[in-house]
Design a protein around this ligand. Structure first.
Ligand code: ATP
Ligand code: MG
Length: 568
């Protein structure tokens, strides 16, 4: 392996080193485990987002690095919010990100029978009881961070009575909220999670997988660790907010005849600037129509990022660079964009597209004549070959590439000035045509026939090279430009996060002209529109019309952020 390859490999998440991998390594070395089993446990109540990608890359990456396996486990214990649509989307997105769970797709709901048996076990052992207090009363009795809780008056009811009541809860004899099952731990514990946490609730809701079989459902805390144990998960990796739940996780494992003893480890969530990653907020954006759906290219969901044109390898690279640690911090979204540019620069085919067309007529170019030029598909990758682009008397250039009265540092086209049309000729602007309102609608230019290919035989220099398309050959297209969905780096930090929505996050350009080769673009293929950025075909495109999304512009704000850091 060359030095550069080694650095590249070390950057891949599966070669990364972090405190979790250190723990797993030490456990295997000491013989505490023969193999490593992890799991990625999404709740099927929303689409996966880039925060989940961190957990996916970690769980699958650790398993892969140590020759173990990783389960996909749906944590489907809350029937009210779950839908099949989400299960399908989650599977599609994990696969797209590049991970394979093989046969190992599991559902917490498959364990409802076993979990119920274990609940009975706790009751018989005097470690759980049925409580008749209302949810509100339970909250009141729980105490606060500074005050201990109080015992429920039902806490010491005989085990036989709790057993009977719990069985009747399961049989559907009581109303929702009338009773719950609680673990009997310690109402004065400094850790609120140990103050007799609720293990089961009554819910008359149809479950997407178990239908009406159950009207009592286990809580996250009761389902999670036990599901891990059933699956022989060795290292249960979760985010830091579960750290305070770990003593309860361990308590349940110790008090139940589970088939294995998983251990929980916590790492910091990913949080990204200019982005929200809370599922509650993402659901709200979709439901209230602030975006066009879960896969809106402005969404941080994997479905949105895919539609936006981010390659999964760039997301994995980004997650690898962010690393895994125990301290919370917000990562600049510019770093993600930087990873995308770095990859697409190597892989994306170059094309010419004019987003805001301005017509150019080459007055000394023979009417009716056309010719073609060889254009390089990817200067970074000679194997990508070339294509031909057609040239004629009428062209379009970018409106922004012309100024009638240019300021000092504007080197592009202006009256009397000569510029290069990429791959083609040098042209000089001779006349500016305006409409009645005074708006420039056309430029009359002349070309230098001796400059074919873009260079003048006399060696005279021009300062600008413009992209262009032939008016006769170009295809019309819609192009959607995206900016951050939020104006603040920390949406919602000062009030309602919706107030921080960026009103200019989507700009639709409906009158673009693109070179004919783009008729062959397919969804999922990355393209660079020269001088503009990276783009991809949107699934909305049809035989009748091309629609492109801008993935990222060429401007690398991450490089700037880093320069600033280096010089300040
Ligand atoms: P939210 O808090 O946004 O509703 P969640 O944590 O409830 O998300 P789950 O479906 O339960 O969503 O998440 C599945 C797994 O992904 C969990 O192990 C969770 O810790 C992890 N995860 C969720 N968000 C992030 C994040 N931002 N960074 C890293 N891991 C995350
Ligand atoms: Mg969760």
């Amino acid at each position: 392996m060359s030095g550069a390859d080694a650095i590249g490999a070390a950057r891949r998440p599966d070669r990364a080193s972090d405190f979790i991998r250190d723990i797993v390594h030490a456990d295997l070395e000491a013989g505490r485990h023969k193999t490593v089993v992890t799991r990625f446990p999404p709740e099927p109540n929303g689409y996966l987002h880039i925060g989940h990608a961190k957990s996916i890359c970690l769980n699958f990456g650790v398993a892969e690095a140590f020759g173990g396996c990783c389960n996909l486990r749906f944590d489907d214990t809350n029937p009210a919010k779950e839908e099949h649509e989400y299960i399908d989307a989650i599977e599609r997105d994990v696969r797209w990100l590049g991970f394979d769970w093989g046969e190992r797709a599991y559902f917490a709901s498959d364990y409802f029978g076993q979990l119920y048996e274990w609940a009975l076990h706790l009751i018989r052992a005097g470690d759980a009881y049925v409580d008749d207090l209302s949810a509100e009363a339970i909250r009141e009795y729980r105490g606060t961070l500074t005050e201990p809780g109080r015992n429920s008056p039902y806490r010491d009811r005989p085990a036989a009575e709790s057993l009977d009541l719990f069985q009747r809860m399961r049989a559907g004899e009581f109303a929702e909220g009338a009773r719950v099952l609680r673990a009997k731990i310690d109402m004065s514990s400094g850790n609120i999670n140990l103050r007799d946490p609720v293990l089961y609730r009554i819910r008359y809701a149809r479950h997407p997988r178990t239908g009406d079989d159950w009207c009592i459902y286990p809580t996250y805390d009761f389902a999670h660790g036990q599901s891990d144990a059933i699956e022989h998960v060795t290292h249960s990796l979760c985010t830091l907010e579960f750290e305070d739940h770990r003593p309860l996780y361990d308590w349940l494992i110790e008090h139940l005849p589970v088939p294995s003893r998983p251990r929980q480890y916590e790492f910091a969530r990913l949080s990204l600037s200019h982005t929200v990653l809370s599922k509650r907020r993402l659901v709200q954006l979709v439901r209230e129509g602030h975006v066009r759906g879960w896969d809106d290219p402005r969404m941080p969901t994997l479905a949105g990022l895919r539609r936006r044109g981010l390659p999964p390898a760039a997301i994995r690279d980004f997650i690898g660079r962010v690393g895994v640690a125990r301290s919370d911090n917000r990562v600049e979204v510019a770093l993600l964009e930087h990873c995308v540019r770095e990859l697409l620069n190597r892989t994306a085919a170059r094309r010419m597209a004019v987003l805001r067309p301005l017509k150019v007529v080459i007055t000394n170019y023979p009417d009716g004549r056309t010719e073609t030029f060889e254009a390089i598909n990817n200067p970074e990758d000679p194997s990508a070959g070339t294509r031909s682009v057609s040239f004629g008397r009428e062209l379009y250039i970018e409106r922004d590439d012309f100024m009638e009265d240019p300021p000092k540092k504007f080197f592009r086209l202006a009256p009397g000035r000569e510029v290069r049309l990429r791959y083609a000729y040098l042209i000089t602007c001779r006349e500016v045509i305006k409409d009645a309102a005074g708006e420039v609608i056309e430029l009359r230019c002349t070309y230098d026939p001796a400059s074919r290919g873009g260079d003048a035989p006399d060696g005279r220099k021009v300062k600008a090279t413009l992209h262009w398309v032939s008016a006769a050959a170009a295809l019309p297209a819609e192009v959607r430009l995206y900016e951050h969905l939020f104006t603040r780096p920390d949406p919602g930090a000062e009030g309602d996060f919706l107030a921080d929505l960026n009103p200019r996050s989507l700009e639709v350009l409906s009158d673009c002209r693109v070179e004919p080769a783009l008729a062959e673009a397919v969804v999922g293929e990355a393209l660079q529109f020269e001088r503009q950025g990276y783009f991809c075909l949107d699934p909305d495109a049809s035989a009748g019309g091309l629609v492109f999304n801008r993935t990222v512009s060429l401007r690398d704000s991450w490089a700037k952020i880093q320069q600033k850091g280096a010089t300040s």
